[in-house]
Design a binder for this molecule. Structure first.
Ligand SMILES: Nc1ncnc2c1ncn2[C@@H]1O[C@H](COP(=O)(O)OP(=O)(O)O)[C@@H](O)[C@H]1O
Ligand SMILES: [Mg+2]
Length: 350
């Protein structure tokens, strides 16, 4: 059983130096005893201090050298595995080799753990995405197949039935096309293949144009789309006009799809210092609290069957978030189930 646990080269050197100093002291006493000299304290102190310092220095140097050679291989391996191997710092012989290598190994292990975590989450994300995508594609494709097969089973003489089935197949085709368009857009934004085309324009005017454009869809579902003030002052912003219109379209279409019969959607503008805050508020079905944090994720839906009946791809809000993020702005939602939802986003004023 050992009483002292030696952990670092410094401790080993200290212990060795103490031992050597002890031996020196014993030798000193032996020498003055044998030679019958008179004992004096000063030379003893000088001898012991010199002995201690020199032996400490020598032992420490050799231990460091020994460790340096031992750990060099590990150290090199770690650095060759690091991504930026050219920025490789040289380990110094004079430095505390053990602490240095300790830190290196710990950093390296942290980095590897992070990389593995990132890879795992990317892999989960990819798997989930492909699963969702297959699921989304399945419904319209199977529907189209079903209608065509049913038609082929008949003698095709019943014009009315032919039209009915072809109409339904066509609706499924349209859904498929919408889904592919959304997917294409999200893929382009994510891969950075669609750089922003920034222009200066009046965002109030853009909102008015979009409201006019969607009026028919609104009245079909008996939802009125309105700007808070009919004569809202112009607010000039710098952004990608086409994409911001896409955000308006997606949010307004949602307010219609998930709105109530006879409901109303209002667009409000709040002039902030550098930004304008735009709110799109409806008085529709609302969204339960637990869904809000995940609402902007791809394919996330509160009521799956309702959304699919509405022809939704589940990508609308994810696209909105991508677009607003790419403008370095933010989008958020607040909602009360049964009362209504408000989506808010900011844009940079000029
Ligand atoms: N204004 C809203 N009111 C209530 N629920 C909404 C509203 N907007 C979005 N949602 C919910 O968020 C989900 C995701 O919206 P979105 O990304 O546009 O996909 P989609 O409309 O294609 O389902 C919708 O399925 C719906 O459940
Ligand atoms: Mg939608």
């Amino acid at each position: 059983m050992s009483f002292i646990t030696v952990r670092t080269p410094r401790q080993v050197a200290l212990a060795s130096a103490a031992l050597i100093t002890g031996l020196l002291a014993v030798t000193y006493f032996l020498v003055i005893y044998i030679l019958e000299r008179e004992f004096s304290l000063l030379p003893l102190i000088i001898l012991l201090s010199l002995g201690f310092s020199i032996s400490y220095g020598i032992v420490f140097y050799f231990i460091e050298r020994f460790l340096y050679h031992k750990v060099k291989i590990i150290y090199k391996t770690i650095h060759s595995l690091k991504r930026q191997s050219d920025s490789r710092p040289k380990i110094q012989m004079s430095a505390d080799v053990l602490s240095a290598i300790n830190k290196e190994v710990a950093d390296w292990a942290d980095e590897k753990i992070r990389e593995v975590k990132d890879l795992r989450s990317a892999e989960n994300y990819r798997r989930e995405f492909i699963g969702n995508l297959a699921h989304e594609l399945k419904t319209p494709v199977f529907n189209i197949q079903g209608y065509i097969e049913s038609l082929l089973d008949t003698d095709l003489q019943d014009i009315e039935l032919n039209r009915k089935f072809l109409d339904r197949a066509n609706t499924s085709c349209e859904r498929l096309v919408d889904l592919l368009k959304d997917l294409d857009q999200i893929a382009k934004i994510e891969s950075g293949n669609m750089p922003l085309e920034l222009t200066r324009f009046d965002v109030v005017q853009l909102a008015k144009e979009t409201v006019d454009m969607l009026e028919a869809e609104g009245s079909e579902r008996n939802v009125a789309l309105k700007l808070r003030n009919a004569n809202e002052r112009p607010i000039m912003i710098e952004a990608d006009r086409k994409r911001i219109q896409q955000v308006f379209v997606n949010l307004l279409m949602n307010s219609i799809s998930y709105g109530k019969d006879g409901g109303e959607t209002r667009i409000r503008f709040y002039d902030m210092d550098d930004n304008v805050l735009i709110e799109i508020a409806d008085d529709g079905m609302g969204i339960a609290m637990e869904h809000l944090p995940r609402l902007f994720e791809r394919f996330y839906r509160v009521d799956k069957s309702r959304s699919r009946n509405e022809g939704g791809s589940g990508l609308g809000l994810a696209i909105c978030k991508h677009i607003i993020d790419s403008h370095n702005q933010s989008i958020s939602v607040r909602s009360t189930e049964g009362v209504g939802s408000t989506f808010a986003f900011t844009l940079k004023k000029v």
